[in-house]
Design a binder for this molecule. Structure first.
Ligand SMILES: [Fe+2]
Ligand SMILES: [Fe+2]
Length: 320
């Protein structure tokens, strides 16, 4: 069963993680969520895929109250994984973070309360970490100085274009309450990125996965690794829930950004197909493959050829 490839291999592969909300002294977040363990679980599961992202992008709210020991524990979990994967780590400030502790804990840089804006080169892809936080507040703002800086950076295109990673997403929300905490004056930000080489925007803050466009670029919001927002709530209310945590795979193709949501956690197996079985399946004719996928109880019109017999049976059960 030969199929023609319609898409070339992606140019870049990024892991997008958000809102880890590590708490001080290794306590439980809101008395019930083990934020550290959720992130460990994410990486335990992710390495099974045996794929190598070029960068791990964390879009803010890394510590729940900006406590220094939270950043130390976060770094101790993430750095060995990044080293193993050969991936860069890109940290972005969130409204729950504290700039001085963030700087000293994650960036080894001197204390300072100015915004943490950085430009990273990931094999030709430029990733701009933009600090959308306002100290002491939960809504987002990008200052005139930051917009001027961003405009200046974007004036020179990067070899493979640019991703902007910031905490507060420039998108509407189905939760009315989120308007209180959103990024303000989004149109000014939009004017700066329109017509530039920005290929995508990565954000967090909402604690649920959502997607939109902004200034001609796709926007991907990664859910949280700590807890998520229940979207089935009455108007003007909110409910944090300990479930549905997720992270995103970001694949950059020549003309598009692909965002894929991956739930965190282990779930019961419905079926599984080994690589060997799939290889045998790919050798089948279209008729054989169709027959192999025939539902139990239905008549199979075609017998698979002998070299694919090993893949029959279990595959017929499994790929339905
Ligand atoms: Fe958050
Ligand atoms: Fe946030």
């Amino acid at each position: 069963m030969s199929t023609e490839l319609q898409h070339p291999a992606p140019e870049h592969f990024i892991l997008h993680i958000s809102d880890t909300h590590f708490v001080a002294d290794n306590d439980l977040l809101h008395g019930s969520v083990d934020s550290d363990e959720n992130l460990r679980q994410l990486f335990r599961d992710f390495v099974k895929a045996q794929v190598k992202p070029e960068a791990l992008v964390f879009t803010g709210d890394l510590a729940d109250t900006g406590r220094p020991d939270a950043y130390v524990r976060l770094r101790n979990i993430v750095e060995p994984v990044a080293e193993e994967l050969g991936a860069k780590i890109i940290w972005v400030m969130g409204n729950h973070d504290a700039r001085t502790a963030f700087r000293s804990g994650l960036l080894d840089s001197d204390a300072g309360e100015e915004s943490v804006d950085m430009v990273h080169d990931v094999n030709g892809l430029r990733i701009i970490a933009l600090d959308s936080t306002v100290p002491g507040k939960h809504h987002g703002e990008i200052s005139d100085e930051q917009l001027a800086w961003l405009s200046d950076v974007l004036a020179t295109p990067a070899p493979h274009g640019t991703l902007i990673a910031l905490h507060h997403p420039p998108v509407p929300s189905p939760l009315e309450m989120m308007a209180m905490f959103e990024l303000r004056e989004q149109s000014r930000f939009e004017k700066v990125i329109e017509g530039t080489d920005v290929r995508g925007i990565l954000a967090g803050h909402l604690h649920y996965s959502t997607f939109s466009t902004f200034g001609g670029a796709p926007v991907t919001v990664a859910s949280a690794t700590c807890y998520t927002q229940d979207l089935n709530v009455a108007p003007k209310s909110m409910r944090g829930q300990n479930g549905a945590q997720a992270f995103n795979l970001i694949h950059i193709y020549q003309d598009k950004m692909l965002s894929t949501v991956v739930p965190i956690g282990e779930f019961s197996t419905v079926y599984s197909v080994t690589a060997e079985q799939m290889a045998a399946f790919e050798k089948m004719t279209l008729e054989e493959a169709t027959a192999a996928m025939t539902a139990p109880g239905e008549e199979s019109a075609v017998e698979p050829s002998t070299d694919v017999e090993a893949a029959d049976g279990e595959l017929a059960e499994s790929v339905r």
